[in-house]
Design a protein around this ligand. Structure first.
Ligand code: ATP
Length: 535
């Protein structure tokens, strides 16, 4: 599986397009085409169905400490600016960037790697964007800098392996990834990732607001509203799917790191004494979900964070990661983070955030005894009506990216194998082996030829199935070609109306993966497909 083939199929078949492409595109923004929008919607619907709508709130699910409630929510993208001050995003949500004075390019400090190289009596640190091709890029840069031809490339002596630029103190001997001279990179500077906008006619700081960088905060500030309106008891989860925005310094790897993306988040509120058990439950449950949706075992891992890696509020975090084809061998990219956030968020929204540098798990008073950012002052704690115990709930947060999940499903589905053409000759084919629940089109209906009453029967089947599933009708070209196009779209079933259909009222049902063809009665087609889609 190579990324270039996947990217080109995505464009050719209408899964993904670059945003504003006719104007040269806008980096970090992507549009979903006709097949892509169905795929992503199916990903979100499967998540919503499995986590929220289909949730069984009266039994104790396997692995769960007790039964629990689940509710949905849909909050605004722009919220009161105080939300982001109390959440810590205003002070802490930044990356470090370095600029190149020569090329005017901007890089994330921790995403530039380099190696020491020596030639012609000079020793320099050659950098490249971290990733699969970094070593080749460094070699090319070094040859250009030292004016050494490819055939003499061994004249360059490399010292040590690839090292992150964050390890290098002075940039005087550093060669930027695209620069011609040394020392053109500026010292790292903080860059807040939140997009700023202005609400109403006020264009000054009074009207300043931010596009949300995560959907989670909308859930925290509505915790009491949901609890009171549903009359639930804890434990209770609140789920939300929606757009988030991050002004990423170097968006890259297709949709993996975008500036506008969608998240699927749950905030799960529980008793502090039970929070470790719930953390383990959500970690395992969420990993299983990706397996159930067709991601194979060896490309998917769960990685517990080391203590030093944990966000300032977190007691424990596990990432669910996928071996995307654009990552170096043995590396994985985050699909979802499952974090134990303690009572940090609810407390911050109640009491305010005092000293961002001390990274408080619970709010402490600053030296001057005054809060830096004022909280809402509202009581966001919970009183258990049975035990009368009052406490600030602890929160477990499974936070997934809808676009990263969709990209993982695209990569996982991409397969090249061989299948017989209409003359029985084996030909290579590209087939997207999506899980049937995720496949953009569930079935395609073809008349074998465009005559002898076959189109009429096929259209009738098509219109009938359309009431139940997303189906596609195609009568153009050789039937083998039509099968190939549906394989590329990932359609699990193709239904063909042929001469026999007119007499015995049966059709062929072809399975995308096994290529098996069976005869099915026309009146049973819907039932057979429904059964297989649920399989
Ligand atoms: P990363 O370390 O890759 O920047 P993160 O740890 O900042 O990610 P979270 O804040 O935990 O990510 O966000 C939760 C989820 O949202 C991620 O697991 C990912 O699926 C998704 N996500 C975050 N940033 C982006 C982005 N720039 N583009 C697409 N999806 C994203």
């Amino acid at each position: 599986m190579d990324m270039d083939s996947i990217v080109s199929l995505c464009k050719r078949r209408g899964f993904l397009f670059q945003s504003s492409e006719i104007y040269g595109g806008l980096q970090g923004f992507w549009d979903y085409g006709p097949l892509g929008v169905e795929l992503k919607r199916n990903v979100k619907n499967a998540w919503w169905q499995d986590m929220v709508r289909g949730h069984d709130d009266i039994s104790t699910l396997p692995g769960a400490p007790s039964s629990y409630a689940m509710e949905g929510l849909d909050c605004t993208i722009i919220m009161h600016p105080q939300v982001w001050k109390c959440s810590g995003h205003y002070d802490l949500f930044h990356d470090f960037m370095v600029d190149c004075r020569e090329t005017k390019k901007r890089y994330r400090h921790d995403q530039l790697n380099g190696r020491w190289a020596e030639a012609k009596g000079q020793r320099i640190f050659v950098t490249a964007q971290a990733g699969d091709e970094e070593l080749a890029a460094m070699e090319k840069q070094a040859m250009k800098f030292f004016k050494i031809r490819a055939k003499n490339k061994d004249d360059i002596k490399w010292d040590g392996g690839s090292t992150c630029l964050t390890e290098i103190e002075s940039f005087d001997e550093v060669l930027g990834p695209e620069s011609k001279t040394l020392g053109t990179l500026t010292p790292p500077r903080e860059f807040n990732l939140m997009f700023k906008t202005y609400v109403g006619a006020l264009s000054g700081e009074e009207g300043a607001a931010f596009l949300r960088p995560e959907t989670a905060q909308g859930i925290f500030v509505n915790f009491k509203n949901v609890l009171d309106s549903t009359r639930n008891r804890l434990p209770m989860g609140i789920a939300q799917i929606g757009k988030s925005f991050r002004n990423e310094i170097t968006p890259r790897n297709f949709t993996f790191r975008s500036r506008e993306f969608e998240q699927m988040e749950i905030e799960f509120f529980c008793h502090p004494d039970k929070s470790q058990d719930w953390y383990r439950y959500w970690r395992d449950r969420r990993l299983q979900w990706y397996h159930d949706m067709g991601i194979s075992g060896d490309r998917l891992i769960m990685r517990e964070h080391h203590k030093e890696e944990l966000a300032h509020y977190s007691i424990g975090t596990a990432d669910i990661e996928y071996a995307f084809p654009f990552m170096a061998e043995g590396e994985f990219g985050e699909l979802e983070g499952v974090a134990h956030r303690g009572d940090f968020d609810l407390r911050s929204h109640m009491e305010g955030k005092l000293d961002e540098k001390s990274c408080p798990l619970t709010v402490q008073l600053g030296e001057d005894g005054k809060p830096k950012w004022k909280g809402s002052g509202k009581d966001l704690s919970y009183r258990d009506d049975l035990t009368n115990e009052k406490y600030t709930p602890h929160v477990i947060e499974p936070s997934a990216g809808a676009d990263r999940a969709t990209l993982a499903f695209l990569c996982e589905a991409y397969t090249e194998d061989s299948a017989p053409d209409e003359n029985g000759k084996m030909q290579t084919r590209t087939v997207m082996k999506f899980h049937p629940r995720l496949a953009p089109i569930k079935a395609a209906v073809f008349p074998l030829v465009k005559k002898d009453g076959m189109p009429e029967v096929a259209k009738e089947i098509y219109l009938d199935l359309k009431k139940h599933f997303n189906v596609f009708y195609d009568e153009k070209g050789a039937v083998g070609r039509r099968y190939r196009r549906q394989d590329e779209a990932g359609t699990p079933y193709c239904i063909t109306v042929d001469g026999e259909s007119l007499t015995d009222k049966t059709v062929t049902l072809r399975d995308r993966d096994s290529l098996e063809q069976i005869r099915v009665k026309i009146d049973e087609v819907e039932h057979v497909i429904r059964e297989r889609l649920n399989a």
